[in-house]
Write a protein that binds this ligand. Structure first.
Ligand code: KG4
Ligand code: ZN
Length: 352
């Protein structure tokens, strides 16, 4: 059995966790910087980096104490090395390097997207290859996960990430930050049929996404409302937005499942990961979509969908098993595609 410390600092969560190869989460501490960023209704990279510096050491100490694990008993130290806001990534990776140097333990530089991609295997039995819908604040992709370190990108957004669309919708409607949970809550009592919103890319002969047109349509619909909008207006618009997102994701996922079967790599499951995978309505809809195609839909528990240290520690466990560790000169990367064979994406990849 191996024990891995995981550190996550690529966006606005300062997080550390201790996870074992027999799938125990001994401690998983997430410090959310939301309050520091709320006045700006978005994550401010400089504020995030400074907050990581201020908080990380204490969080690692608390994490070890809570896990009842001494640093010398840890088998490897894993940290997100990208993609993400570079200042924050440097803070976490440098801390991990210092700990690795001081203890003589191996360092594992984890791709944040790989951590999202593999988290499901920490909590469920999912065999390769599986189809992964990775939906977060910075990414929206469909990948075939063929093994640890072996990913094929089938499609991605050509403009905004889906989490970004949630965040912008929330900002536009003044629902607060972060946007995803606020839109989901507001949509609960809404009528998804009241506003006619577009379903960008639905029916297209590829597996890509686009959300900027939907965002514009939400803005136009909001501008047509009496000011300030009523609670009913807000609920209906959020429900309409969420239904449009669900329709698009469903269409793209169906096509991806069919594609994988046609080319002879049938997936064992549909997995959804990333912050947007915390959305209950989308989880339900995608469960139905997978079931239509006789596939299970498997998602990590909601708390492991948004950024956390356990997912980084688990990616470390998986990498340690394959014997792939890193040297202390490994660099932090703002961009780091999971599929190095895929065409570069000029517009995405800053966050994860
Ligand atoms: O993976 P993640 O924690 O971080 C990065 O993107 O770096 O994803 C955060 C994103 C945000 O856009 C947030 O609004 C979205 O996930 N999100 C949600 C929900 N919870 C978080 N979107 C829809 N519904 C939710 N319940
Ligand atoms: Zn993330």
């Amino acid at each position: 059995m191996s024990i891995v410390l995981g550190i996550e600092t690529s966006c606005d969560e300062t997080a550390a966790a201790i996870v074992t190869s027999d799938r125990q989460i001994r401690a998983n501490i997430v410090y959310s910087q939301i309050d520091a960023h709320r006045p700006y209704a978005g994550v401010v990279p400089e504020i995030a980096a400074r907050a990581h510096v201020a908080k990380l050491d204490g969080i690692i100490e608390r994490c070890l104490a809570e896990a009842g694990t001494r640093l010398r008993d840890v088998d490897a130290i894993a940290a997100t090395a990208g993609p993400g806001l570079i200042g924050g990534v440097i803070v976490g990776l440098t801390t991990a390097k210092a700990l690795a140097l001081a203890t003589g333990k191996p360092l594992i530089a984890v791709n944040h997207l790989e951590a999202h991609a593999l988290t499901v295997r920490l909590t469920a039995d999912v065999a390769f290859p599986y189809l992964l819908l990775l939906v977060s604040g910075g990414h929206c992709q469909i990948l075939l996960v063929r093994g640890v370190g072996d990913y094929r990108r089938l499609g991605s957004t050509i403009d905004d990430a889906v989490g970004e669309a949630f965040d912008k919708t929330a900002k536009l409607l003044d629902l607060g930050f972060p946007g995803g949970p606020a839109v989901e809550r507001t949509a609960e009592t809404g009528d998804p049929g009241r506003f006619a919103l577009p379903r960008p890319m639905r029916g297209r002969d590829n597996m890509d996404f686009s959300f900027s047109g939907l965002k514009t349509a939400v803005r136009q619909a909001a501008a047509g409302l009496s000011q300030p909008p009523t609670a009913r207006d807000l609920a209906d618009l959020c429900a309409g937005f969420q239904a449009a997102v669900a329709d698009v994701l469903e269409d793209r996922v169906r096509r991806a499942i069919d594609h994988c079967r046609t080319v002879g790599t049938p997936p064992t499951a549909l997995v959804i990961a990333g912050g947007v995978a915390a959305n209950r309505m989308l989880r339900t809809r995608l469960t139905e979509t997978a079931a239509e195609r006789d596939l299970p839909m498997i998602a990590p528990p909601i708390a492991l969908c948004t950024d956390n240290g356990a997912m980084v520690a688990w990616a470390g466990v998986e990498r340690l098993r394959t014997g792939s560790t890193d040297t202390l000169d490994v660099a932090a990367r703002a961009r780091w595609p999971l599929d190095s064979h895929a065409d570069p994406l000029p517009f995405a990849g800053v966050k994860a």
